[in-house]
Design a protein around this ligand. Structure first.
Ligand SMILES: [Zn+2]
Length: 411
């Protein structure tokens, strides 16, 4: 058997196509495979399926899977056909080994999609010696294709979270299905318009905004407004994760402020205050004692408020939680530290939404997990952090999309 025929079989090339030339260059690290068709061959008309002869051709090339360490390329003249049925006219045919308009073979794209789940795109780009822009284009196409088939008709409980794309600049907002534990929608920005865009997308996928019963959000005014306007039957819950994060931010500022006064006692203590007492080492507990003894009262007081606020979430029911939150609020609003007073006001302003946590039984474990999913998408999108690519990667990691049809395609 000739090597051309062997490659034809390996690539799954079927008539009228055949492999006509295989050239291998050690110097340029390439394997070039030419595919062609015989004079007079016919192709199925893309409109009616009747056998149609070539009318004219265009030369095209596709990057294929590496052959060991060698980059492999397919080349072919791709015909337009002239159908014997008058109505069809002259039409471009599709080659069976590649997607229309792509410079990669389907197998190469399938590999990209498989690897993209585990490897950052810029690493893949280096590995294959192609630009990451080209890889992003492939990933975007398949993600969009898979998303278009998604059914969101059962969506009832959602969680919304935003993240910065570049520090302090662009933002992206993500909408998760809390029951299916998957990303439903991501969009640029973090204003109330994002909720409107989500609702439009939900409808496009067969969902009903009126069927959404619960929404978990942080305490941002934009989301509160957006949810009120767009999801009329949803009960808003301010999720635990964001509330504790807000408390931690206040505590961090208080500690940093006090560290200027007591640099020796408080140096490198940031992580100590983020831990719970039961996780502190003997050494750290001793440090905490030293802080109290050395009048670092504000930091230690802030730490106590944080622990007490966390404690609210150990309540067995809403009634008990409300009791604990009332106690917390009384102490916090009597604090001499203005940032703690401010925190107390924030809690008061969002009272019902905070306590809804105990009615709605939203899967809070997953809510905290959302953040790590987004962080994973950020890491995977590294080096090309525009919002579109980040959102695309988030769909790939957290969208539970089905790419089976793509991966089953023969070359
Ligand atoms: Zn036709």
């Amino acid at each position: 058997m000739q090597p051309e025929a062997l490659f034809g079989m390996a690539l799954g090339i079927v008539p009228p196509w055949e492999v006509t030339e295989v050239s291998f260059s050690k110097e340029s690290n390439r394997l070039d495979i030419t595919i062609d068709f015989k004079r007079g061959a016919t192709f199925d008309c893309p409109i009616c399926g009747a056998p149609a002869p070539a009318y004219d051709t265009t030369d095209k090339s596709w990057r294929h899977l590496n052959f060991f360490q060698y980059e492999a390329y397919l080349h072919a003249r791709v015909p337009r056909v002239k159908c014997p049925n008058e109505g069809c006219g002259v039409k471009q045919i599709q080659v069976p080994w590649a997607r229309a308009g792509s410079g990669f073979t389907l197998l190469f794209e399938a590999l990209v999609m498989t690897m993209a789940r585990d490897l950052p795109v810029n690493v893949m780009a280096r590995l294959f010696s192609v630009t990451d822009t080209r890889l992003w284009r492939v990933i975007n196409v398949y993600v969009e294709q898979a998303r278009s088939k998604e059914d969101h008709s059962g969506v009832k409980r959602i969680g919304i979270d935003e993240t910065s794309v570049k520090k302090g600049h662009n933002y992206a907002t993500f909408f998760f299905d809390l029951d299916e534990r998957k990303l439903l929608f991501g969009t640029e920005g973090k204003d109330n318009e994002t909720v409107k865009e989500f609702v439009a997308d939900l409808k496009q996928h067969g969902g009903e905004p009126e069927h959404v019963t619960d929404v978990a959000i942080d305490m941002s005014k934009a989301f509160i407004k957006g949810v009120k306007e767009q999801l009329p039957n949803a009960v808003t819950t301010f999720d635990k994760f964001h509330l504790i994060q807000l408390m931690n931010d206040a505590m961090g500022k208080i500690r940093a402020e006090e560290a200027r006064q007591f640099p020796e006692v408080l140096k490198k203590s940031r992580f100590l205050f983020l831990k719970n007492p039961e996780n502190l080492s003997a050494e750290e507990l001793e440090r905490l004692d030293t802080m109290v003894a050395n009048h670092c009262h504000k930091s230690v007081e802030a730490y106590t408020h944080k622990l007490n606020l966390q404690n609210v979430y150990y309540a067995e029911n809403r009634q008990e939680a409300e009791l604990l939150l009332t106690q917390w609020h009384r102490k916090a609003s009597n604090s001499a530290i203005s940032l703690i007073q401010k925190m107390a006001r924030t809690v008061k302003d969002h009272w019902h939404g905070i306590l809804s946590h105990f009615d709605s039984t939203l899967t809070t474990g997953f809510l905290e997990g959302i953040n790590s999913l987004i962080q994973a998408a950020k890491a995977r999108a590294r080096g090309y952090r525009n919002p579109r690519n980040l959102i695309c990667m988030a769909y790939l990691i957290a969208g539970k999309l089905r790419f089976n049809a793509l991966l089953a395609q023969p070359t």
